[in-house]
Design a protein around this ligand. Sequence first.
Ligand SMILES: Nc1ncnc2c1ncn2[C@@H]1O[C@H](COP(=O)(O)OP(=O)(O)OP(=O)(O)O)[C@@H](O)[C@H]1O
Ligand SMILES: [Mg+2]
Length: 467
Amino acid sequence: MNLPSIWRRLRIRTKIILPFVLLFSVIIFGMLALTIFLFDRKYDQQFSAETQQWLETIQHTQYIEEPEKVKQAYHCEVIVFGGDDTLNGSTLVDLPDPEWSALGKYFALSQVRTKLSQQNTPVIGNVRLAGRPYKVVYAKQSLNRIYCLMRPMGRVAQAKRQTLQITAVIAFIGLLLVVLISTLIGRNLTRPIDQLVQFTHRVASGDLEHQCDLIGIDEVGQLTAAFNQMTQDLRRSRKERLQVERLTTAGQLSAAFAHEIRNPLSSIKMLTQMMVGKMAESTAKQSLTRVLDEIERIEVIVSGLMNFARPTELNRINANLNAIAESVLKLMEVNLKHHQISIVTHFDASLAHIQVDTDKMKQILMNLILNAIQSMPEGGELTITTQGFSDQIRLQVEDTGIGIPVETIDRIFDPFFTTKPTGTGLGLPTSRRLVEQHQGLIVVDSVEGQGTTVIVELPRHSNNNSG
Ligand SMILES: Nc1ncnc2c1ncn2[C@@H]1O[C@H](COP(=O)(O)OP(=O)(O)OP(=O)(O)O)[C@@H](O)[C@H]1O
Ligand SMILES: [Mg+2]
């Protein structure tokens, strides 16, 4: 697996955290190395200069001949080599034998002599004896002797170690903080994405009932909103598809049922009518007359079924919705008055003509007004409103009746759903089908105990071929 493919496999959170951590590691450890290097150089320079100064002071006093006093006063060791590199004197006491015999090698005396002959100032170097580091300042003495002042560097090494430890601890804490902060930032950034991913899994498994919580209005927020909108549309279209399927099944059933029932029913009706015509006034005739009434009721139901099931062709003409509403109201005036319902109209006088099937429009309006009448058994007010907009025309039928309970409002467009003893439950489904054939929309808004408003919206420019 190469680097790009590993990178592609990483989670977004890791992709955010990793560059941060790497960058800060390089910065922090780079700074650590630089600090130690600078500290080392500075300290070494200072240490060398100081030791050199001591040697100069020693050279100008009689201490130069008394190494033990130098050792006491400066806590430094002294070694003096003769002109033939043999040991002339030393303050060192606990040096192991192999180092004693090879002291000249440790001090690289031939190089020191060359340097001393080239310069007037003392030569400075480092020596490690018996595991202890020393800063050594060499000076030339009479008879080609070399005087070595050795200052132990144990304290410097300790200070260096301490600095290293402190800076390492600081670097580690810094790195830890970087990891922590970048993890928090990463989590904060990826939380909405994780949530959205979970949500998409739920949607993919068919759960369209929920919405994803919106966190912020950034790009992820916008994506979530778009996804919520998509889920909502999907839910609506699924509901509509179910509705259409149900309507189609109901339509097919109704057509078959109505077709089978219509012919025997007309025969029964004809025969009953003949019998009633021939019979003298009697209780039997009264009963038969009641049978005839019931047959007529069945006929209404059957024709309702036929209406619902039959695929209707729209016969569109240029018409004004105000005129259609007025003619229907006129037709139903007596009925409305009989039920003590007052009529209020708000007709938009500037309403444009639109292409509609006037008979179908009347049928829709009659269905809606009949429902309104049936919802106001004690009387009430019926308000018909028309409104024109740039792209559509709105027709509104409002009553002050019993209203529709929230539990049933979702079912009122289902075929055969009725709450009335003599209803067929086909008024609203038929109306919806006709409105949709006009590429319109029908919605119902109702408050139980207060009344119902049905709104029909028709496009001003619709496709004439539908139906
Ligand atoms: N204006 C309204 N007020 C109260 N309830 C209504 C109203 N319109 C419709 N409904 C409810 O919706 C149901 C379905 O109405 P729909 O017109 O489809 O059938 P129906 O009126 O029961 O029977 P049909 O219209 O076939 O005689 C009604 O039974 C009623 O419960
Ligand atoms: Mg009805």
